[in-house]
Design a binder for this molecule. Structure first.
Ligand SMILES: Nc1ncnc2c1ncn2[C@@H]1O[C@H](COP(=O)(O)OP(=O)(O)OP(=O)(O)O)[C@@H](O)[C@H]1O
Length: 405
């Protein structure tokens, strides 16, 4: 499939696309014109039943358009053999949609096998993809989906969708079935993966915050697949195009501003690190010099294992090998809202920040996040007349009128 220059992705163009399901009054999608630029992530949002999924599924022809034309890159795919088309478009659905009786390796190799790739190439590609989505091939390659968490299954789902290196990836509510903390991690992984693969990604979500976090652009649909607004998250939040958009983003708009500020935009605090079995005395001294009250124990690749206080470190002679599975960890691409959620869930006054390889790069203090949120709320709120000013002007009684009972 042809791809546009400078990116591994292809543009997608819908021209007057319409879908009328049988025995339905109006069309689910009515004369939709939409162009998605190559290499961008575009999120579809809108109320239930507005035609997001129908639009997505018309791109890979899981739903046949009633009329209109669809182009991927410069190719008109409207009449192309749907099976062949689907081999060149990655598709990720809720809960991964893996074949339950197939191992992870077999699942990922599904399309390459259909395409007739040789065994060695498939094995190599599978390993590369598992690493890309953050799973150790030796640990997970032979597993069955039921022996993995929902988040891990979804990572395999993404690996499988990327197996044949398609220029386009379609994702239908991919992260809606996992818990909020796992969702943040999967979203951050997707941003990290996209930096490496540069595909064109279309993602359907019912969550406006997820749309603004993931989407380079967001499409807000109303009933019938009508585009109310198509723009960057910042544009939509700053200038909602219609009353429908205003109402849709509604009270969430101020909070959604928080999704525009990322952890990478904030100056991080330095951390004192220690490794397992290091003499505690040495670590305590190091922490004192750095004025740190907390120490992050990291593994040989700099990945955090635990986050004890200096007192806890000092209470034993050597740094313990304890692994804390509930550490609050965020990525540079995480939003401040994610960071806050993670901190609150872990009941901690801060979050550790790791890069795409999971290596610790600093920590973010809750006070810093709150300061930024306060600043944003002040900016977002129109100047309001305060109670006293109101009372002293035309709106209220003056003090001499008697006052409160
Ligand atoms: N297979 C189908 N047969 C008949 N009508 C359908 C079919 N699939 C969807 N529809 C109808 O088409 C309209 C658009 O549905 P669609 O699933 O595309 O919306 P959506 O925006 O993705 O909704 P949701 O957020 O609830 O998933 C709805 O009115 C729905 O009832």
């Amino acid at each position: 499939m042809t791809t546009d220059t400078d990116t591994a992705g292809s543009s997608i163009r819908l021209e007057r696309v319409r879908k009328q399901y049988k025995r339905q009054d109006g069309p689910a999608v009515d004369d939709l014109d939409l162009t998605i630029e190559a290499g961008e992530i575009v999120a579809f949002v809108g109320p239930s039943g507005c035609g997001k999924t129908t639009t997505l599924k018309m791109i890979n022809r899981l739903v046949e358009p009633t009329s209109g034309r669809i182009y991927i890159g410069d190719r008109d795919v409207t009449d192309e053999d749907p099976d062949r088309l689907r081999q060149s478009i990655g598709y990720v659905i809720q809960s991964g949609g893996l074949f339950p009786h197939w191992t992870v390796e077999r699942n990922i190799g599904a399309i390459p096998r259909v395409l007739g790739w040789d065994k060695a190439t498939i094995a190599q590609r599978t390993e590369e993809l598992l690493r890309l989505v953050g799973l150790d091939p030796d640990e997970f390659g032979d597993r069955l989906p039921k022996d993995m968490s929902g988040g891990q299954q979804q990572r395999v789902g993404v690996a499988r969708a990327l197996a044949a290196d398609p220029p386009v990836l379609l994702m239908d509510e991919p992260f809606s079935a996992v818990d909020p903390i796992t969702r943040v991690r999967l979203q951050d992984s997707l941003i990290e993966i996209q930096k490496k693969v540069g595909k064109t990604i279309v993602i359907v979500t019912h969550d406006f915050e997820e749309a603004t976090k993931l989407g380079d652009k967001v499409v807000i649909f109303s009933k019938g697949g009508h585009v109310e607004q198509y723009g960057t998250p910042a544009e939509i939040l700053a200038n909602p195009a219609t009353d429908f958009v205003k109402e849709f983003i509604g009270s969430g708009a101020t909070l959604a501003q928080l999704t525009l500020t990322r952890v990478k935009d904030v100056e991080l605090e330095a951390v004192t690190t220690a490794t397992v079995n290091e003499p505690s005395e040495v670590v305590v001294d190091r922490a004192r010099v750095a004025s740190s009250s907390w120490v992050v124990v990291v593994d040989e690749r700099g990945r955090p294992r635990a986050w004890p206080s200096v007192e806890e470190i000092a209470s034993v002679p050597l740094v313990s090998a304890y692994v804390d599975t509930r550490l609050p960890v965020v990525a540079p691409s995480s939003t401040l809202q994610d960071a806050l959620d993670v901190m609150l869930a872990a009941n901690q006054g801060g979050a550790l920040v790791t890069n795409g390889e999971g290596t610790l790069i600093g920590w973010l203090r809750i006070g810093r996040v709150i300061d930024i949120i306060r600043g944003q709320l002040d900016e977002a709120q129109p100047d309001e007349i305060g109670y006293t000013e109101y009372a002293a002007t035309e709106g209220g009684q003056t003090a001499t009128d008697g006052g409160a009972p």
